[in-house]
Ligand binder design. Structure first.
Ligand SMILES: Cc1cc2nc3c(=O)[nH]c(=O)nc-3n(C[C@H](O)[C@H](O)[C@H](O)COP(=O)(O)OP(=O)(O)OC[C@H]3O[C@@H](n4cnc5c(N)ncnc54)[C@H](O)[C@@H]3O)c2cc1C
Length: 220
């Protein structure tokens, strides 16, 4: 089917009805070649009519400009609804406010607000002295700045730094109470973990959608 469709010049999924509810997560491209591949993938995936497409933010804030450029191009050149990932790592609250303003001005209304992980070599997350210490604080700061639609991260198999399962759920509740309207999960290795997590989330009084994050495993 792939070869046949490609020969027509139509996008890969052009024949599908686009009636599934999905979002796609993209990594900001590092090179011109990767940028071409990304835009070819976006053209192929667009007929599936994703609810939104998000662009990640590199560890340590390393992709700030590339994330912004990719999201801004999605706004300019497609009908897709883009969401920009944004983390607390290595940035003061003022710097984050500036980034948030730039997104708002570019027409971006959806932010995936994360604490973030530090660059691989530097170990544990340490908050910037004038920055946000957690995703919940970031959500509150973004909401106070603009009325963004905000997604946050959730962990069916519990975040590795959480003191306990309950502490992790309490943290998710803080993020929702701060103004997030949905959570997207870390990928999980058993669907049972996801469904059990949904039960705990509901029992904790969290009623926003919890979107399962699915990652195709491409290397053994
Ligand atoms: C869907 C998804 C997308 C992601 N995209 C990116 C990305 O683009 N770039 C990137 O760098 N990373 C990304 N990440 C990874 C994420 O940044 C890491 O998992 C990070 O370690 C935690 O981020 P968080 O937003 O969940 O942090 P938080 O919600 O702040 O939680 C971090 C940890 O601290 C604990 N905690 C927070 N507040 C408190 C408190 N008051 N008391 C006690 N414990 C507390 C939590 O339980 C948790 O263990 C993504 C993760 C997911 C699931």
């Amino acid at each position: 089917m792939t070869a046949a469709l490609r020969s027509t010049g139509l996008p890969l999924f052009a024949g599908l009805p686009g009636d599934i509810s999905v979002s796609f997560e993209f990594f900001p491209p590092k090179t011109e070649k990767m940028e071409e591949q990304l835009w070819s993938a976006i053209t192929e995936l667009a007929p599936l009519a994703p609810s939104f497409v998000s662009v990640t933010y590199g560890a340590g804030g390393s992709t700030r400009e590339r994330t912004h450029a990719t999201v801004a191009r999605l706004v300019r050149e497609t009908d897709l609804v883009p969401a920009a990932h944004l983390t607390c790592v290595g940035a003061s609250k003022d710097e984050i406010a500036e980034i948030a303003d730039q997104y708002w001005e570019a027409g971006v209304r959806h932010i995936v607000a994360l604490r973030g992980d530090p660059p691989a070599q530097s170990g544990r997350f340490v908050a910037h002295p004038e920055g946000y210490g957690s995703a919940a604080e970031l959500v509150a700061g973004l909401k106070a700045r603009h009325d963004f639609d905000i997604s946050v991260a959730a962990y069916p198999e519990v975040h590795p730094e959480a003191l306990s399962t309950q502490a992790d759920l309490d943290n998710l509740k803080r993020k929702i109470d701060a103004g997030a309207s949905r959570a997207i999960t870390q990928f999980f290795f058993s669907t049972d973990a996801y469904f059990r997590f949904l039960d705990k989330v509901l029992a904790a009084g969290i009623t926003v959608p919890i979107l399962p994050g699915i990652m195709p495993v491409t290397s053994f």
